[in-house]
Design a protein around this ligand. Structure first.
Ligand SMILES: [Mg+2]
Length: 258
Protein backbone atom coordinates (compact mmCIF):
# COMPACT_ATOMS: atom_id res chain seq x y z
CA UNK A 1 0.00 0.00 0.00
CA UNK A 2 1.46 3.30 -1.06
CA UNK A 3 2.19 5.63 1.78
CA UNK A 4 2.75 8.73 -0.31
CA UNK A 5 -0.27 9.70 -2.38
CA UNK A 6 0.82 13.24 -3.17
CA UNK A 7 4.44 14.19 -3.78
CA UNK A 8 5.10 17.94 -3.65
CA UNK A 9 8.51 18.94 -4.93
CA UNK A 10 10.08 22.36 -5.18
CA UNK A 11 11.86 22.82 -8.53
CA UNK A 12 15.02 24.95 -8.40
CA UNK A 13 17.58 23.57 -5.96
CA UNK A 14 15.40 20.54 -5.25
CA UNK A 15 14.92 18.83 -8.63
CA UNK A 16 17.61 20.73 -10.50
CA UNK A 17 20.67 22.70 -9.44
CA UNK A 18 21.81 25.94 -10.98
CA UNK A 19 24.51 25.32 -13.55
CA UNK A 20 24.10 21.54 -13.40
CA UNK A 21 22.40 19.07 -15.72
CA UNK A 22 18.76 20.17 -16.06
CA UNK A 23 17.50 16.70 -17.01
CA UNK A 24 15.58 14.42 -14.65
CA UNK A 25 17.99 11.91 -13.11
CA UNK A 26 17.51 8.14 -13.53
CA UNK A 27 16.72 7.67 -9.82
CA UNK A 28 14.07 10.42 -9.86
CA UNK A 29 12.56 9.13 -13.11
CA UNK A 30 12.15 5.72 -11.51
CA UNK A 31 10.41 7.25 -8.47
CA UNK A 32 8.04 9.31 -10.64
CA UNK A 33 7.08 6.22 -12.66
CA UNK A 34 6.65 4.15 -9.52
CA UNK A 35 4.54 6.88 -7.91
CA UNK A 36 2.33 7.11 -11.00
CA UNK A 37 2.02 3.34 -11.24
CA UNK A 38 0.70 3.08 -7.69
CA UNK A 39 -1.81 5.90 -8.23
CA UNK A 40 0.10 8.72 -6.58
CA UNK A 41 -0.09 12.36 -7.64
CA UNK A 42 2.88 14.63 -8.24
CA UNK A 43 2.88 18.41 -7.99
CA UNK A 44 5.69 20.84 -8.54
CA UNK A 45 5.46 23.56 -5.86
CA UNK A 46 7.58 26.45 -7.04
CA UNK A 47 8.24 30.18 -6.87
CA UNK A 48 8.37 30.18 -10.68
CA UNK A 49 5.54 31.65 -12.71
CA UNK A 50 3.43 29.23 -14.77
CA UNK A 51 5.27 29.81 -18.07
CA UNK A 52 8.68 29.67 -16.37
CA UNK A 53 7.70 26.41 -14.63
CA UNK A 54 6.57 24.92 -17.95
CA UNK A 55 9.86 26.02 -19.53
CA UNK A 56 11.79 24.30 -16.71
CA UNK A 57 9.69 21.16 -17.08
CA UNK A 58 10.49 20.96 -20.79
CA UNK A 59 14.19 20.90 -19.92
CA UNK A 60 13.70 18.54 -16.97
CA UNK A 61 11.85 16.12 -19.27
CA UNK A 62 10.38 13.78 -16.61
CA UNK A 63 9.04 10.36 -17.75
CA UNK A 64 5.54 11.43 -16.60
CA UNK A 65 4.25 15.00 -16.34
CA UNK A 66 3.23 16.46 -12.97
CA UNK A 67 -0.50 16.39 -12.24
CA UNK A 68 -0.41 19.88 -10.75
CA UNK A 69 1.72 23.01 -10.77
CA UNK A 70 1.69 25.31 -7.74
CA UNK A 71 3.26 28.53 -9.00
CA UNK A 72 4.45 31.87 -7.60
CA UNK A 73 4.40 30.13 -4.20
CA UNK A 74 0.60 30.42 -4.12
CA UNK A 75 -1.38 29.59 -7.28
CA UNK A 76 -2.81 26.20 -8.25
CA UNK A 77 -3.02 24.77 -11.78
CA UNK A 78 -4.06 21.28 -12.80
CA UNK A 79 -3.19 19.45 -15.95
CA UNK A 80 -5.92 18.31 -18.32
CA UNK A 81 -5.61 14.92 -20.07
CA UNK A 82 -4.66 16.92 -23.20
CA UNK A 83 -1.75 18.50 -21.34
CA UNK A 84 -3.18 22.00 -20.85
CA UNK A 85 -2.67 23.85 -17.57
CA UNK A 86 -5.94 25.06 -16.08
CA UNK A 87 -6.20 27.42 -13.11
CA UNK A 88 -8.02 26.34 -9.96
CA UNK A 89 -10.37 29.28 -10.36
CA UNK A 90 -11.78 29.74 -6.89
CA UNK A 91 -8.46 29.53 -5.04
CA UNK A 92 -6.49 31.57 -7.58
CA UNK A 93 -9.16 34.27 -7.77
CA UNK A 94 -9.47 34.59 -4.00
CA UNK A 95 -5.68 34.67 -3.76
CA UNK A 96 -5.50 37.47 -6.33
CA UNK A 97 -8.25 39.48 -4.62
CA UNK A 98 -6.69 39.19 -1.18
CA UNK A 99 -3.33 40.34 -2.52
CA UNK A 100 -4.93 43.26 -4.34
CA UNK A 101 -6.65 44.31 -1.13
CA UNK A 102 -3.49 43.91 0.95
CA UNK A 103 -1.32 45.83 -1.50
CA UNK A 104 -3.91 48.61 -1.90
CA UNK A 105 -3.51 49.28 1.82
CA UNK A 106 0.28 49.26 1.71
CA UNK A 107 1.04 52.60 0.01
CA UNK A 108 3.11 53.87 2.93
CA UNK A 109 5.07 50.61 3.12
CA UNK A 110 5.71 50.55 -0.64
CA UNK A 111 6.89 54.18 -0.46
CA UNK A 112 9.45 53.22 2.21
CA UNK A 113 10.54 50.19 0.17
CA UNK A 114 10.97 52.37 -2.95
CA UNK A 115 13.12 54.85 -1.02
CA UNK A 116 15.16 52.06 0.53
CA UNK A 117 15.83 50.37 -2.80
CA UNK A 118 16.87 53.68 -4.39
CA UNK A 119 19.28 54.46 -1.58
CA UNK A 120 20.83 50.99 -1.29
CA UNK A 121 22.78 49.56 -4.24
CA UNK A 122 22.24 46.00 -5.35
CA UNK A 123 18.48 45.89 -4.78
CA UNK A 124 16.20 45.88 -7.80
CA UNK A 125 12.53 46.51 -7.20
CA UNK A 126 10.35 44.32 -9.40
CA UNK A 127 7.05 45.89 -10.44
CA UNK A 128 3.97 44.31 -11.97
CA UNK A 129 1.17 46.58 -13.20
CA UNK A 130 2.88 49.62 -11.63
CA UNK A 131 2.88 47.97 -8.24
CA UNK A 132 5.93 46.55 -6.43
CA UNK A 133 5.77 42.74 -6.42
CA UNK A 134 9.19 41.93 -4.96
CA UNK A 135 12.92 42.51 -5.20
CA UNK A 136 15.94 40.84 -6.77
CA UNK A 137 19.27 41.52 -5.07
CA UNK A 138 22.81 41.33 -6.41
CA UNK A 139 23.77 38.65 -3.89
CA UNK A 140 22.46 36.81 -0.81
CA UNK A 141 24.22 39.15 1.65
CA UNK A 142 22.34 42.12 0.19
CA UNK A 143 19.16 40.02 0.45
CA UNK A 144 19.82 39.39 4.15
CA UNK A 145 20.15 43.13 4.76
CA UNK A 146 16.97 43.85 2.81
CA UNK A 147 15.07 41.18 4.76
CA UNK A 148 16.20 42.77 8.05
CA UNK A 149 14.87 46.14 6.82
CA UNK A 150 11.61 44.59 5.59
CA UNK A 151 10.99 42.61 8.79
CA UNK A 152 11.21 45.82 10.74
CA UNK A 153 8.88 47.72 8.39
CA UNK A 154 6.15 45.07 8.22
CA UNK A 155 5.69 44.92 11.98
CA UNK A 156 2.88 47.45 11.54
CA UNK A 157 1.37 45.44 8.63
CA UNK A 158 0.42 42.12 10.23
CA UNK A 159 -0.94 40.51 7.03
CA UNK A 160 2.05 41.54 4.92
CA UNK A 161 4.65 38.84 4.41
CA UNK A 162 7.18 37.73 1.83
CA UNK A 163 8.61 34.62 0.20
CA UNK A 164 12.38 34.52 -0.06
CA UNK A 165 14.44 32.24 -2.28
CA UNK A 166 18.18 32.98 -2.78
CA UNK A 167 18.32 36.47 -4.38
CA UNK A 168 14.59 36.58 -5.14
CA UNK A 169 11.90 37.89 -2.81
CA UNK A 170 8.16 38.15 -3.49
CA UNK A 171 5.78 40.23 -1.38
CA UNK A 172 2.79 38.19 -0.25
CA UNK A 173 -0.17 37.90 2.06
CA UNK A 174 0.81 35.92 5.13
CA UNK A 175 -1.96 33.36 4.43
CA UNK A 176 -0.50 32.45 1.02
CA UNK A 177 2.63 30.37 0.64
CA UNK A 178 3.73 26.92 -0.56
CA UNK A 179 2.24 25.35 2.57
CA UNK A 180 -1.27 26.81 2.24
CA UNK A 181 -1.36 26.13 -1.52
CA UNK A 182 -0.35 22.53 -0.85
CA UNK A 183 -2.97 22.19 1.90
CA UNK A 184 -5.67 23.44 -0.48
CA UNK A 185 -4.57 21.04 -3.22
CA UNK A 186 -4.55 18.16 -0.71
CA UNK A 187 -8.11 19.06 0.31
CA UNK A 188 -9.28 19.45 -3.30
CA UNK A 189 -8.17 15.93 -4.25
CA UNK A 190 -9.61 14.36 -1.11
CA UNK A 191 -6.38 13.52 0.70
CA UNK A 192 -5.00 14.45 4.12
CA UNK A 193 -1.59 15.57 5.33
CA UNK A 194 -0.77 11.94 6.22
CA UNK A 195 -0.74 11.18 2.47
CA UNK A 196 1.61 14.00 1.54
CA UNK A 197 5.37 14.15 1.05
CA UNK A 198 7.03 17.55 0.54
CA UNK A 199 10.59 18.26 -0.60
CA UNK A 200 12.38 21.61 -0.69
CA UNK A 201 15.73 23.31 -0.25
CA UNK A 202 15.30 27.02 0.58
CA UNK A 203 13.49 29.61 2.71
CA UNK A 204 10.33 29.68 0.58
CA UNK A 205 9.95 25.91 1.12
CA UNK A 206 9.79 26.15 4.90
CA UNK A 207 5.96 26.66 4.98
CA UNK A 208 5.50 23.23 3.35
CA UNK A 209 8.21 21.52 5.43
CA UNK A 210 7.12 22.46 8.95
CA UNK A 211 4.96 19.35 9.34
CA UNK A 212 1.64 21.21 9.31
CA UNK A 213 0.66 20.36 5.73
CA UNK A 214 2.72 17.24 4.96
CA UNK A 215 3.50 14.33 7.27
CA UNK A 216 6.57 13.30 5.29
CA UNK A 217 9.04 16.12 4.71
CA UNK A 218 12.52 16.00 3.28
CA UNK A 219 15.33 17.99 1.74
CA UNK A 220 18.27 17.19 -0.50
CA UNK A 221 21.78 17.42 0.96
CA UNK A 222 22.28 20.83 -0.68
CA UNK A 223 19.41 22.44 1.32
CA UNK A 224 20.24 25.51 3.40
CA UNK A 225 20.80 24.98 7.17
CA UNK A 226 17.45 26.62 8.07
CA UNK A 227 15.61 24.04 5.93
CA UNK A 228 17.60 21.14 7.33
CA UNK A 229 16.67 22.27 10.84
CA UNK A 230 12.93 22.44 10.03
CA UNK A 231 13.05 19.01 8.36
CA UNK A 232 14.83 17.58 11.38
CA UNK A 233 12.30 19.13 13.78
CA UNK A 234 9.42 17.71 11.69
CA UNK A 235 10.86 14.19 11.92
CA UNK A 236 11.70 14.31 8.24
CA UNK A 237 14.52 12.93 6.14
CA UNK A 238 17.66 14.87 5.23
CA UNK A 239 18.98 13.09 2.18
CA UNK A 240 22.62 12.22 1.71
CA UNK A 241 22.34 12.99 -2.01
CA UNK A 242 21.91 16.28 -3.81
CA UNK A 243 18.82 17.64 -5.58
CA UNK A 244 16.60 15.10 -7.44
CA UNK A 245 18.68 12.11 -6.32
CA UNK A 246 18.12 13.27 -2.74
CA UNK A 247 14.35 13.50 -3.29
CA UNK A 248 14.35 9.99 -4.78
CA UNK A 249 16.33 8.73 -1.78
CA UNK A 250 13.81 10.34 0.64
CA UNK A 251 10.82 8.91 -1.26
CA UNK A 252 12.24 5.37 -0.87
CA UNK A 253 13.00 6.10 2.78
CA UNK A 254 9.36 6.99 3.51
CA UNK A 255 7.83 4.28 1.34
CA UNK A 256 9.98 1.58 2.94
CA UNK A 257 9.79 2.84 6.52
CA UNK A 258 8.37 0.27 8.95
MG1 LIG B 1 14.34 25.84 -4.26
Amino acid sequence: MARIKLLSTDFDGTLIEHGANLRCTAAMAEVLLHNKHQGGFWTINTGRSLWHAIEGLDEFHPPVPPDFLLTNEREIFHRTPEGRWVPEHHWNHTCMERHAELFSQADDLFAKIRTHTTEHPGINLVEENDEPSGVITSNEKVMEEFVAFLENEIRTHPDFSYQRNTIYLRFSHRDYHKGSALAELTRLIGLTRADVCAAGDHFNDIPMLDGLHASHVCCPSNAIPEVREIVLRSNGHIASKRAADGVAEAWHFFENAP
